[in-house]
Design a protein around this ligand. Structure first.
Ligand SMILES: [Zn+2]
Length: 179
């Protein structure tokens, strides 16, 4: 069994526009901005032996405001920018009541099945409470980046930046020996 890091796409790997205190998810490739400084933290976690799996709710697919081929083009860029093993997408709208729209944990359990992941030894990185809730449901440790969207529900750690999150994960990694 492997350990994984589930990484929320928008706000961690990309820089979404913020309007009226909400993240606006890009609908076209032009609006899709990679958060390049995240690379160092991801490389560090990859070297530590974790699978890196991006996860994202993209209800625009279901609503018809985001075309699948446009999303594929964005994710091709994302794969080129970061050493990701997989990108898991929930394409559903809230009204679909699917099991994979976060805070439901379906993307995590699906990836765990596909990649033989030990969820208890895995981590979730996000700037949103929905990921912390999903992490809690399946036994992952949640690592939140300080943001306006972390809410007041359960989370394991809140840290100021990705470098601190990566450092903490490596410190918490089972089998890690403090130098
Ligand atoms: Zn879904």
């Amino acid at each position: 069994m492997k350990s994984a890091i589930f990484i929320e796409r928008d706000g961690i790997l990309t820089l979404p526009r913020v309007e009226r205190q909400h993240q606006v998810v890009p609908a076209t490739l032009d609006e899709f901005q990679i958060n390049k400084p995240a690379l160092a933290a991801l490389q560090q976690l990859k070297s530590a032996g974790f699978l890196l799996i991006a996860t994202t709710n993209q209800p625009g697919i279901s609503r018809g405001t985001l075309l699948r081929h446009e999303l594929d083009r964005m994710h091709n860029l994302l794969r080129r920018a970061f050493p990701l093993d997989d990108i898991m997408v929930c394409p559903h709208d809230e009204m679909d009541h699917c099991p994979c729209r976060k805070p439901a944990p379906g993307l995590f359990t699906e990836a765990a099945f596909k990649w033989h992941v030990d969820l208890e030894r895995s981590f979730v990185i996000s700037d949103k409470w929905q990921d912390a809730r999903a992490a809690r449901t399946v036994g992952c440790t949640s690592m939140l980046l300080q943001s306006p969207w972390i809410g007041s529900g359960h989370h394991d750690f809140v840290l100021a930046n990705l470098a601190a999150i990566a450092g903490k994960i490596i410190q918490l990694q089972p089998g890690h020996l403090a130098a």
